[in-house]
Design a protein around this ligand. Structure first.
Ligand SMILES: Nc1ncnc2c1ncn2[C@@H]1O[C@H](COP(=O)(O)OP(=O)(O)OP(=O)(O)O)[C@@H](O)[C@H]1O
Length: 257
């Protein structure tokens, strides 16, 4: 799904949080958003999904202005997993994932066999099938994160927006999630803190002080000089002899002064 953001911005209480961002997300790509704490990544993701009031600029989904679409129309196209998302304590895992079908249901079309199949698939894809009956209140942070991802998958979106999706996950589940995301035939936009993980995206955008200051293929955007300037760390690029991929090792700038 193609998304076009034009001169997008958001100001609250006199403070500009996102400033004049113009960005095209291309159909089928995995787009990584990186930047220091407080640089505006989450706010930009919320603007792209139409969740913030009175934004500056415009977002178009497949050429249609986001503001002309109902929440249900948007939810049939975009699934958003926010940072520290929560759900009702009383739910079981399967119930929480079934919530992903809500945009497709109505009083006349309640949850049917096809919806249940999609929910089962989402539970399997996120390694949660064996926990379907567990109560939300008993889950660990990483398990909850996977439930949110499963709910988003069950929504069958064309654009999946993830805010730090590998947060809380152990290394096995981080890699499984990134592999799953790269295999999905949907467009993905995700905020990431791990720059090595961002190197696996098709394109990367870098936020600094609310502005999108660079955007393009990871190897062109995440250069040691730019990483040093934005994140205030020294970077040593290393080569993985297995597949020749570039990996970063980070050091405090002070260690190199
Ligand atoms: N509703 C709000 N009201 C006031 N300030 C806000 C609001 N939302 C965000 N901010 C501020 O805007 C800045 C950007 O926040 P945002 O959460 O978008 O950054 P981020 O890049 O996602 O950060 P992190 O990496 O720490 O998650 C922060 O300084 C934050 O305190």
């Amino acid at each position: 799904m193609k998304l076009h953001a034009h001169n997008l911005g958001w100001t609250t209480r006199g403070k500009t949080i996102v400033d004049d961002v113009t960005l095209d997300i291309l159909p089928g790509e995995t787009f990584g958003l990186v930047g220091p704490n407080g640089s505006g990544k989450s706010t930009l993701l919320r603007l792209l999904t139409g969740l913030l009031p009175r934004p500056a600029g415009r977002v178009h989904l497949e050429g249609v202005p986001l503001e002309s679409m109902s929440r249900r129309d948007i939810a049939q196209r975009i699934a958003f997993v926010e940072q520290m998302a929560d759900t009702s304590e009383a739910l079981r895992v399967r119930d929480a994932v079934e919530l992903g079908r809500t945009p497709w249901l109505s009083a006349l079309t309640p949850l049917g066999p096809e919806d249940r199949r999609i929910v089962t698939e989402a539970l399997e894809a996120t390694g949660l099938a064996h926990m379907a009956g567990h109560s939300w209140s008993t889950l660990s942070g990483g398990e909850r994160q996977r439930v949110h991802i499963a709910r988003a998958l069950a929504q069958r979106p064309r654009l999946l927006v993830l805010d730090e999706p590998t947060n809380h996950l152990d290394i096995h589940h981080q890699l499984s999630l990134l592999r799953l995301v790269s295999m999905l035939s949907v467009t993905v936009v995700m905020a990431l803190h791990d720059l090595n993980q961002a190197m696996g995206c098709d394109r990367v955008g870098v936020m600094e002080n609310g502005r999108l200051i660079a955007c393009g293929p990871p190897a062109e955007v995440l250069t040691p000089a730019r990483i040093a300037a934005i994140f205030r760390v020294h970077v040593t690029p290393l080569r993985d002899p297995d597949d020749n991929a570039t990996l970063f090792r980070f050091h405090c700038l002070e260690d190199h002064s």
